[in-house]
Write a protein that binds this ligand. Structure first.
Ligand code: C5P
Length: 273
């Protein structure tokens, strides 16, 4: 059996540049990953099956199709694999929450299958499958700090800030990414500034925050609360929300804020990788 971690993705910055004819938007975004996520287990099996466990399993249990099984089907078709697989997902990340849970699961499935069948992770066919599964899946395939352009698939890795304490908080509202993008103002957010990761993050925005806050006002409450926490630095919403994050000057301050979060919010004190 092969196990792969599906790390949560953060958009430290997200500038929306333009609407495209294919229904997507051109972006400039700063992808980073944290030391917390789902786990995908894959094994060859004569009786193919998909199962899910963990705190957010319920959100997926009723879906006949999901990004893990879709990734497995695309992998087998592309690489001509006739063996069946047993797939198990441990779901620790809230779904539809702006931290790429489904995208990371799809990417982890592709990495696990590539290891199992001994294909190179840099095989361009793997990237092509990732690209076909969703805008964030290519970034999640490598799970390294990177600038993403196009719809997020044109990736330029940049030096990260590993170990930086980060608190993730979600107020428990699921938001539709398509609905948030549809409410974007249409004003070109401009290019991301250049420079070291944390400088770029500090001098940029998430252009999806205003439309997300319109649709789910709870998100504004989360941002205000994070900004009031001792030791919090950069505070921002990730992706199309509703998960927001704060970078902290110390792991102790991050853990203290996590403990102080309202009990009906989902919160995790972790760190950038
Ligand atoms: O690719 P994915 O399925 O994750 O995207 C979900 C939806 O988010 C798309 O159907 C699209 O409406 C929106 N989206 C977008 N521009 C992007 C990424 C996502 O408009 N760059």
């Amino acid at each position: 059996m092969i196990a792969e971690t599906a790390r949560a993705k953060l958009n430290l910055a997200l500038h929306v540049r333009a609407r495209r004819a294919d229904g997507y938007h051109d972006l400039e975004t700063l992808f980073a990953f944290v030391d917390h996520g789902d786990t995908v287990n894959v094994a060859i099996s004569e009786t193919p099956e998909f199962s899910v466990s963990g705190p957010f399993a319920g959100a997926l249990a009723d879906e006949g199709d999901n990004l893990v099984t879709r990734a497995e089907r695309a992998f087998c078709e592309t690489f001509g694999i006739s063996a069946g697989h047993r797939l198990h997902l441990e779901k620790h990340l809230p779904v539809a929450s702006g931290i790429g849970g489904g995208s990371a699961d799809a990417a982890a499935t592709l990495r696990a299958l590539a290891r199992l069948h001994e294909f190179d992770l840099k095989d361009p066919r793997l990237f092509a499958i990732a690209d076909s599964l969703g805008a964030d899946v290519p970034a999640c395939l490598f799970s390294v700090t990177a600038i993403g352009k196009g719809r997020g698939e044109r990736l330029q890795p940049i030096a990260g800030a590993p170990g930086t304490p980060v608190l993730l908080v979600n107020p428990g509202v699921a938001v539709s990414t398509a609905a948030i993008f549809a409410r974007w103002s249409g004003d070109d957010g401009g290019a991301l500034p250049s420079g070291p990761l944390l400088d770029v993050a500090a001098t940029s925005r998430n252009d999806l925050y205003p439309p997300a806050r319109d649709i789910a006002p709870e998100i504004g409450g989360v941002i205000d609360w994070l900004e009031s926490q001792p030791g919090a630095g950069l505070v921002r919403m990730s992706g199309s929300g509703a998960t927001c994050f704060a970078l902290f000057e110390s792991a102790a301050a991050c853990a203290a804020a996590c403990k102080a979060a309202p009990p009906h919010w989902w919160g995790v004190a972790t760190a950038l990788v």
